[in-house]
Design a protein around this ligand. Sequence first.
Ligand code: PHE
Length: 340
Amino acid sequence: MQQKINEITKKALEEISKTQDKQQLILVNSKYLGKNGELSTLMRGLKDVSSEERPKIGAILNEARDTILNSVKQQEDSIENKILEEQIKNEFVDITTPVKPLKQGTMHPIEIVQRDLINYFIEQGFTVQDGKEIESDYYCFEALNVPKDHPARDAQDTFYFDAERLLRVHTSATQIRTMENNTPPIKMISTGRVYRVDEVDATHSPMFSQFEILVVDKNVTMSDLNGTLEKLAKHLFGEKAKIRLRPSYFPFTEPSVEVDATCTHCGGKGCSVCKQTGFIELLGAGMVHPNVLRNCNINPDEYTGFAAGLGLDRIAMIKYGIDDMRELYDGDINLLKQFK
Ligand code: PHE
């Protein structure tokens, strides 16, 4: 009997060690330890063994069962390890492999100029006001001292939704909203898209971007306007830039001026960028008209102010040497990716 047990154990251990996967191991396990397994059968035969022999044989059988079970367990671990190692080998990721660079977008030239100007004015204590692209007649014209029958309205053919609502023709509407909601001193900028019925060509577009500046306080004078704009021109075009004021007309400012900056491409000598004039038209500006202040409940005897509005498209074109405005809106990746 003892010999038989030893033989079975030896055979079992051998077979177990040869198994390659769990399936095979389960089969070998049940061949020896299963209900009708070889060792189980011997165990059932224990009852026929003489009572003196029984404890000894029983102990040997138990030991044999434990040996086989242990071996099965060990083999199971080693099979699992092998599977795991295989998996690790297959799923190996070389983290030192260089990655494909991500394609990064670039900023649109108008956005670059816009953000630069916003930062420039924030540093000087200006607040940034949001405006509305769909405005009412009142904020776009009426409150800005442009009554319904005013001829200045003809200069800007406008996209109307109905008698009252329109796409704003300028960011100046935001001046009114700001003055209505704040008391002086006011130092604000506002920027965004504006709309006019214009044929598209190299210098015109029915949609473009403006940047509005408004300062209202006690004793604000024309020289404050002049100083602010000269500093702005130097910021945009370099320390050598100078400005020139030409008399102009806007219903909402009095006096009104057109402001030109010396051409940075030729230094004022005359070139194709400045159309041989030596100057580049920069913006419209002026002292806030007393009627406009009154419309916002600000006493013009106590407060004065200046306002200016510049076209961002024009600035971007000059700054980056873009000579056709349409290129700003074509969405040509080859052009756009040059800007950072
Ligand atoms: N709103 C004017 C325009 O669109 C520009 C401007 C702004 C002029 C502020 C004077 C003061 O042309």
